[in-house]
Design a protein around this ligand. Structure first.
Ligand code: AMP
Ligand code: ZN
Length: 137
């Protein structure tokens, strides 16, 4: 048994507003939602983040996200959906059990995305070069 908040939620040791569950994944309402209906979808097996989760388990998690997202949109009459995952503190991760946010969006909800950091002359090519090199196998 571990002390992880989301593991405790999955084990029903802490209450949650569960909306969906299957053999591998669990979905519940975020208690501090961007908009009402903001969901968290988690793997039932404890993993910290994107680096920790095996490829097949991440694919399985995203299958659930793919299934639920359009249903959330239709059920809540949303105008759009954001799908997000925060990894590590610098990226805003607060709970270190991997999870995907499904956030229903409404045309007039006033939620703003992060600010931009525009490329200066030639910078986009340098960043592209660095990533192409990193992706080489
Ligand atoms: P993140 O910043 O990606 O780690 O997101 C963690 C999310 O978990 C936040 O949006 C919190 O509002 C949410 N959260 C924290 N505790 C609970 C809880 N007990 N039940 C539901 N959501 C929670
Ligand atoms: Zn956990």
């Amino acid at each position: 048994m571990n002390d992880c908040l989301f593991c405790k939620i999955i084990r029903a040791e802490i209450p949650s507003e569960k909306v969906y569950e299957d053999d591998a994944t669990y979905a519940f309402l975020d208690i501090h939602p961007v908009n009402h209906g903001h969901l968290l979808v988690v793997p039932k097996t404890h993993v910290k983040d994107i680096y920790d989760i095996p490829r097949k388990d991440f694919s399985r998690l995203m299958e659930t996200v793919h299934e639920l997202a359009p249903i959330v949109k239709a059920a809540l009459n949303a105008d759009g959906i954001n799908i997000g995952m925060n990894n590590e503190g610098a990226a805003g991760q607060l709970v270190f059990h991997a999870h995907i946010h499904i956030i229903p969006r409404f045309s007039d909800d006033g939620h703003r995305h992060w600010h931009g950091n525009p490329y200066q002359d030639g910078e986009i090519t340098k960043v592209g070069d660095a990533l192409r090199k990193a992706f080489e196998k």
